[in-house]
Ligand binder design. Structure first.
Ligand code: FES
Length: 116
């Protein structure tokens, strides 16, 4: 049965390829990266530098930093990034401060991956 309004039948977003820890994933373009990774089955985004415990997104609004991932060598909050084709996402290294090897960049960091 055809619905009256086209808004009731939104087209699904195009899927684009990104990688997580080198493994290819097809995720919705423009989606929230944390949500897209969770939807693709990624359960561990990083490990606690203090205890090594697995961590995953919690607040989904940029407050807790539990979703830190490394994109282009920079630690970023996955919940503040839009999916773009070709993103290469890794777990941050354990060494160093809370963000691992990279520098923490905010959602508005200039030239950061995912901005375009
Ligand atoms: S899930 Fe809390 S900052 Fe991303």
């Amino acid at each position: 049965m055809k619905t009256v309004s086209r808004f009731l039948e939104p087209e699904p977003p195009a899927r684009v390829q990104i990688t997580f820890e080198g493994a290819p994933l097809m995720v919705p373009e423009g989606a929230n990266l944390a949500a897209a990774l969770l939807g693709a089955g990624v359960e561990v985004f990083r490990h606690s530098p203090a205890s090594g415990a697995p961590r995953a997104p919690y607040c989904m609004m940029g407050a807790c930093f539990e979703c830190l991932v490394e994109i282009g060598g920079v630690a970023r909050q996955a919940c503040m990034i839009e999916v773009a084709p070709g993103l290469e996402v890794r777990r941050p290294a354990l060494a160093g401060a809370a963000g691992g090897a990279g520098t923490v960049g905010g959602a508005n960091a200039v030239g950061a991956a995912g901005d375009a």
